[in-house]
Design a binder for this molecule. Structure first.
Ligand code: MLT
Length: 269
């Protein structure tokens, strides 16, 4: 795997590349980094695509750039700069949850850069009032109890319950703890503000002109399958696929099936 650091304005973005062929961008969720994609980066998809897992601003190897709010639009503009640096062609985008919000912002703001969208365990609508107050609660928890408390809650929310029992579940929890506890506190706060204030993309995503795949884990408690299925049905031409044995993190919980589904989507483009 090769890591490149791409600098522009006051921002430096790390991107982790593996494979050969047309570029495909992988965008992680909150509050994680490129390491949630490690099983995908090392998969047979790298034989047909140059897989590029981005560390969004302030995550992984991309330093926090001093902003108190990580808007989805600003993160999408960062990704556009990465794409323009790496290729002249439009690219396949895969975004999980917060990465999916960024992917939708990218498709609206930079449509010329996008050839397909895989929207994984994500949604178009903005936060409900209840979710917005949940963001405020998470900020309070972070400031009073620290990142470990956020990581523990995230593990409970992100992973399907049955993964608690086995060695794979323990390994995933360890990976999530490492990613969350490595983040600057400022990044987590800025993410939470950006998530809380993000706009509704329902209309703009419906109008996107490229092929769209909507993917969800069968046991996802954050973006449940009944919600993603109804959303996909409203997007002209979109396909909806449920990944068994997974909650909010199919690329970690069931990477074999996730890779198969993504490969099939890309093959049919
Ligand atoms: C994520 O996984 O990125 C988050 O669950 C997104 C969110 O909380 O809306």
């Amino acid at each position: 795997m090769e890591t490149r650091h791409i600098s522009f304005d006051q921002t430096r973005i790390a991107v982790h590349l593996n494979g050969t062929g047309p570029l495909a961008i992988l965008l992680h969720g909150y509050p994680l980094d490129h390491r949630m994609w490690l099983d995908v980066l090392g998969s047979p998809l790298a034989e047909t695509h140059t897989l590029a897992a981005v560390d969004l601003r302030g995550h992984g190897e991309s330093p926090w750039c001093g902003n108190n709010v990580h808007t989805m639009d600003a993160m999408a503009d960062d990704v556009s700069a990465v794409i323009r640096t790496l290729t002249d062609d439009p690219v396949d985008i895969v975004g999980l949850s917060m990465g999916g919000y960024v992917a939708q912002a990218l498709a609206v703001r930079h449509p010329d850069l996008v050839s397909s969208l895989a929207l994984v365990n994500t949604r178009a609508r903005g936060d409900t009032e209840e979710q917005r107050s949940g963001r405020m609660g998470a900020m309070q928890t972070l400031l009073t109890e620290g990142r470990r408390a956020i990581a523990t809650t995230m593990c409970q929310n992100l992973l399907a319950p049955r993964s608690d029992d086995d060695a794979h579940g323990q390994m995933m929890r360890a990976r999530i703890h490492t990613m969350v506890e490595n983040l600057p506190t400022e990044t987590i706060l800025a993410d939470l503000r950006g998530l809380r204030d993000r706009p509704d993309r329902t209309a703009t995503t419906k109008a996107v002109k490229v092929p769209i795949l909507v993917v969800v884990g069968e046991d996802d408690a954050i973006t449940p399958p009944f919600e993603t299925e109804a959303w996909a049905a409203e997007i002209p031409g979109a396909r909806h696929v449920v990944i068994p044995g997974a909650g909010h993190m199919p690329p970690m919980e069931n990477p074999a099936e996730f890779v198969r589904v993504l490969g099939e989507f890309w093959n049919e483009l």
